[in-house]
Design a protein around this ligand. Structure first.
Ligand SMILES: [Zn+2]
Ligand SMILES: [Zn+2]
Length: 245
C-alpha cells in the first residue's frame, strides 16, 4: 500500500472514531458509518434525469414523454466539442441545495457522497478516460471562496476511478462577471478565450468535471480550449443539469 493511501486509511479511521460519520446532508447518524453515502432518505431524493433529454449535452426537455434527441445548440454545432455529458440528476430539490452548500457555505464534506454518486453514474456509462480535469476558477474567485468545488469533485473521481487528476493543466486566465441571469449568447461571449492549458495535451480522452451545467457556455469554452490544445476527446461529468428557463 502506498504511504498516501495508508495515511488516508489511518486518518479516516481516527476521524470515524472521534466523530462517527453522519449523513453529510441531514446529519442523521449512519449505522454503520458510511461517509461515502447519504442516508437512505436523502439518497432516495436524488434521482437520475428522467424523461427525454439531449443525447449529447443531457439537457432535459420540457416534454415528459418521447425519445432522447439533440437540442438546438448541439444540432447547430459544426463540430461537437464533447462526446457526452453525465449528470447525477436534475438541478432541483435536495441536489440543488447540496450543491449550494458545497459551493457557497463551505460544506465540503458533501463532496465525498456527491463524488461517489457521480462515480456510479460514470461507471454505468462504461467509457474510458485518461485524465480528469476540473473546470477552473479564476484566482480572484478562488481567493474569495477559498476552494474550487469542481476540484473537490474531480479529486473524488480521480481516487475512485483510479485516474490521474491534474489541478492546474486547464487554467482560467480572465475572471468574467457572474453568469446568473444572462442569456446563453451572453454567457458564451462572457467566457470566450477565458481559459488556457498550462501545457499541450497529447490526444488524451479527458473527463472534464464541473458542478452545474445550465447553458453549458463555460464547459463548451473549456472543451474548445482543450481540443484546440491537443485533447483527443472530452466527456463532461457534472452533478446537476439545469433546464433552460
Ligand atoms: Zn440524510
Ligand atoms: Zn444538447
Amino acid at each position: 500500500m502506498r504511504f498516501g493511501a495508508w495515511l488516508r486509511r489511518e486518518t479516516d479511521g481516527l476521524c470515524n472514531l472521534l466523530l462517527p460519520p453522519a449523513c453529510a446532508f441531514c446529519l442523521e447518524r449512519l449505522s454503520p458509518p458510511d461517509p461515502d453515502n447519504f442516508c437512505p432518505s436523502c439518497h432516495d431524493k436524488i434521482l437520475p434525469i428522467s424523461g427525454p433529454s439531449c443525447r449529447r449535452c443531457a439537457l432535459p426537455f420540457q416534454a415528459t414523454d418521447g425519445d432522447d434527441h439533440y437540442c438546438q445548440t448541439c444540432l447547430t454545432e459544426k463540430r461537437p466539442l464533447f462526446s457526452g455529458v453525465t449528470p447525477v440528476g436534475h438541478h432541483d430539490t435536495l441536489l440543488r441545495e447540496a450543491i449550494h452548500r458545497l459551493k457557497y457555505r463551505n460544506d465540503i464534506s458533501l463532496a465525498r457522497p456527491l463524488g461517489h454518486l457521480l462515480t456510479s453514474r460514470l461507471r454505468d456509462e462504461n467509457s474510458n478516460f485518461d485524465l480528469i480535469l476540473p473546470v477552473p476558477l479564476h484566482r480572484s474567485r478562488l481567493h474569495e471562496r477559498g476552494y474550487n468545488q469542481s476540484v473537490l469533485l474531480a479529486r473524488q473521481l480521480g481516487r475512485r476511478l483510479q485516474l490521474p487528476f491534474e489541478l492546474n493543466r486547464l487554467q482560467r486566465i480572465l475572471p468574467g462577471p457572474p453568469q446568473q441571469g444572462l442569456s446563453a449568447r451572453e454567457r458564451s461571449r462572457n467566457v470566450r478565450n477565458h481559459f488556457k492549458t498550462a501545457s499541450p495535451l497529447n490526444g488524451e480522452a479527458v473527463l472534464l468535471v464541473d458542478d452545474v451545467m445550465t447553458t453549458g457556455a463555460t464547459v463548451r469554452e473549456c472543451a474548445r480550449t482543450l481540443m484546440k490544445n491537443g485533447a483527443g476527446s472530452i466527456h463532461v461529468a457534472i452533478l446537476a443539469r439545469a433546464a433552460l428557463q
